[in-house]
Design a protein. Structure first.
Length: 121
C-alpha cells in the first residue's frame, strides 16, 4: 500500500498546485478585464474633453474649470489603471521598469530593455 499512498499524495499535491494556478489565472483575467474597462473609460473622457473644448470655442465661453475637471478625472483613471497593471505584474511574478515600462522577471536586478536598476520591494 505504500506505493498507492504515495501516488494519492502526489496526485493531491498536483491537484492543489493546478487549482492555485487556475485561481491565479482567473484573477489575472478579471484584472485584465478591469484594465480594458478603464482604458475604455479613459477614451470616453478624452472624447468628452474634446467636446468641451470644441463647444467652448464655438460659443466663445471660458471652459477652464470644465477642462480642469476632465483632466483630473482622466488622471484619476490613469492612476487606477497603473494600480491594476501593477497587480497583474505582481500576480505574474513580473517587475515593471519605472523608466521604460518594460516587464522583467521578478528576479531581475536591471531592466532588460533600458538597463535601469529595478526596485526590489
Amino acid at each position: 500500500m505504500g506505493l498507492f499512498e504515495d501516488v494519492v499524495v502526489n496526485a493531491k499535491t498536483a491537484v492543489n498546485v493546478v487549482g492555485k494556478k487556475a485561481g491565479q489565472m482567473v484573477d489575472i483575467s478579471k484584472l485584465r478585464i478591469n484594465a480594458a474597462d478603464l482604458n475604455n473609460e479613459i477614451s470616453k473622457r478624452f472624447e468628452a474633453l474634446g467636446r468641451v473644448i470644441y463647444d467652448a470655442k464655438k460659443t466663445e465661453n471660458d471652459s477652464a474649470e470644465l477642462v480642469n475637471e476632465c483632466v483630473a478625472a482622466i488622471d484619476e483613471l490613469y492612476e487606477q489603471l497603473d494600480a491594476v497593471n501593477e497587480q497583474i505584474s505582481s500576480l505574474r511574478c513580473r517587475v515593471v521598469c519605472k523608466q521604460c515600462g518594460e516587464e522583467n522577471s521578478a528576479e531581475a536586478c536591471y531592466c532588460s530593455k533600458c538597463g535601469n536598476k529595478l526596485d526590489q520591494e
